[in-house]
Design a protein around this ligand. Structure first.
Ligand SMILES: *Cc1c(COP(=O)(O)O)cnc(C)c1O
Length: 380
């Protein structure tokens, strides 16, 4: 059996260990410390957000963002349907109701037209949504100019879920910095990892200070333990931040490597009909966290994503369907949804290919060989 090719696995650069050793040498094995401060500074510098708080996960960052925007039980929060469940779960933690929005075809992210339709309809039904959560799926930026204009018009704050989009930008402006608040993730499969972790970024210092306060059990300034608010244990540890500092040094390389994977797949499979890749709209820059393809069975003699995944699995290669939209998830079946089938069709026909920055040329060749085998095995 050939060695396993993973969808997206951690890829250390080398200096992570040095930073971790430093944390051990100084006994900073705590949920705060110099590497946490350093990592926050690195994130702010890289994204050009004014402030950053390093947290224990992207999910926790989203939870705190919603809390700070005053989201309470029974409130409605608008969320992209085509995403990982972590974009929507924090809404439910608060007893609030997610209102799901379909994607458009250019970026696979939140459709501005449906966003407007939903806001108008929710207001007519008596509840103005408390926040909008667009997502930059697989690193491709959502149409933030349009989404921001609508958010401004209705005065609804944006929490940008940039968990998959560190290193992505529109006209040079980093994803995560378009909304009032942005969240990042450093989970093990993301473009860089701290083994587990996340961050909240913003230009508004008071939100970042408040997030740090809430994330460390909401301790009031007092000589004893005193609490006037409910707190959380969401801070990033100094050891994880040490890994993050090393990873930040290689982030641009990682982006370049993932983009090269995408280009390889696109060029190598260019002659196969019915397999398409998502192009970057003008001015958009995707980190290509995952390389995803769409299979059109009408053009592939009915070859579909399931058969291609099965062929890849024969050679020990991991692949995965795109995120199953939230409005199709049993747990969110009662949530309002505004759409016209785009996300459903993406889910039906999309496949994520191995995309790690540590893939070798041989690995990439094995993946494309598996795909071409699936094609060539088709009856003519
Ligand atoms: C990974 C991810 C998250 C959650 O981040 P964690 O750090 O794993 O909690 C949120 N949203 C999206 C779109 C993600 O891909």
């Amino acid at each position: 059996m050939n060695s396993k090719i993973w969808l997206s696995s951690p890829h250390m650069g080398g200096t992570e260990q040095t930073y971790v050793n430093e944390a051990f040498a100084t006994n900073w094995i705590a949920p705060l410390g110099p590497h946490v401060n350093g990592f926050e500074q690195d994130l702010a510098t890289y994204t050009a957000a004014k402030h950053a708080a390093a947290l224990s996960s992207g999910t926790g960052a989203l939870h705190l963002a919603l809390i700070m925007l005053g989201v309470k039980a029974g409130d409605e929060v608008i969320c992209q349907s085509m995403t990982f469940s972590a974009s929507a779960n924090p809404i439910a933690y608060l007893g609030a109701i997610p209102v799901f929005i379909d994607s458009e075809k250019d970026t696979w992210n939140m459709c501005p037209d449906l966003l407007r339709e939903a806001i108008v309809d929710r207001i007519a039904k008596g509840k103005k949504p408390k926040a909008i959560i667009p997502v930059h799926l697989y690193g491709m930026p959502a149409k933030m100019d349009e989404i921001s204009a609508i958010a401004n018009e209705f005065e609804i704050p944006i929490i940008e879920d940039a968990a998959e989009a560190l290193g992505s930008s529109i006209n040079g402006k980093a994803m995560g910095t378009f909304g009032l608040l942005g969240i990042l993730s450093f989970n093990g499969n993301k473009i860089i990892t701290t083994s587990g972790g996340g961050a909240l970024i913003s230009d508004q210092e008071e939100y970042i200070n408040k997030a740090r306060f809430l994330a460390t059990q909401a301790r009031d300034e007092a000589p004893h333990y005193q609490h006037s608010e409910i707190g959380y244990n969401y801070r990033m540890s100094n050891v994880c931040a040490a890994i993050g500092r090393g990873q930040m040094e290689v982030l641009n390389e990682r982006v370049a490597q993932r983009r090269a994977n995408f280009e390889y797949y696109k060029n190598t499979l260019a002659n196969y009909d019915g397999i398409t890749f998502l192009a970057e709209p003008n001015g958009y820059f995707s980190n290509r966290w995952l390389s995803a393809v769409l299979i059109d069975p009408a053009k592939t003699k009915d070859l579909n994503r399931v058969q291609i995944a099965a062929e890849l699995a024969l050679d020990n290669i991991e692949s995965r369907p795109l995120w199953k939209p939230m409005h199709m998830q049993p747990v969110f079946k009662d949530a309002p949804y505004y759409g016209n089938g785009v996300a459903e069709s993406l889910f039906e026909n999309g496949l994520c290919l191995p995309s790690g920055s540590n893939l070798t040329t041989e690995d990439l060749a094995r993946v494309t060989l598996g795909i071409t085998k699936a094609f060539d095995g088709q009856p003519v």
